[in-house]
Every structure is written in C-alpha cells, then in structure tokens.
Write a protein that binds this ligand. Structure first.
Ligand code: ZN
Length: 81
C-alpha cells in the first residue's frame, strides 16, 4: 500500500468507494461508488487516471441522475460555539 502523499501524514492509502462531489454547470453533484485510494489517517483521496477520464465522459453527457439526495446547510449556531 502506498504511503500518504500529504507531508507529515503517517497514513497509507486503502481502496474504497467514495461519493465524489463535482460541479456540473456551476452546481454541485455527487457521483456515487467512485473507486479511490483513501488515506486511513487524513482522508486524502486519489483517483486513478482511468477513473478521472470516466467521470469526465459522464459529465460531458450526464443524462438524468440516478436519483436525487437532500442537501443541508451548516446550522449557524454550530459555528458560534
Ligand atoms: Zn494522509
């Protein structure tokens, strides 16, 4: 397993499926089940070039979404503490 590329992080990457957030026409969309290497300590995420290219192809011609999800804003009182 590869060591984390973030300086000073002792973690290593492990294979995982992530929800990848991207902007599509200026709005955030999530691509689910994206294979990635995720650092077990800091959460740094690496995508294979093939994965990035597949996402680019999807976003070039996205069609209707598989489903929609709720989006929430951070509550202000949580920031005041
Ligand atoms: Zn790390």
């Amino acid at each position: 397993m590869k060591h984390c590329s973030i300086q000073g992080c002792p973690g290593k990457y492990a294979r995982a499926e992530i929800n990848h957030l991207v902007n599509l026409a200026g709005k955030p969309v999530i691509i689910e089940n994206v294979p990635a290497d995720v650092c077990q300590v800091c959460g740094d995420t690496l995508l294979d070039i093939e994965t990035v290219e597949a996402i680019d192809r999807l976003l070039a011609n996205p069609g209707p979404p598989a489903h929609t999800i709720p989006a929430y804003s951070m509550p202000e009182k949580a920031l005041a503490a």
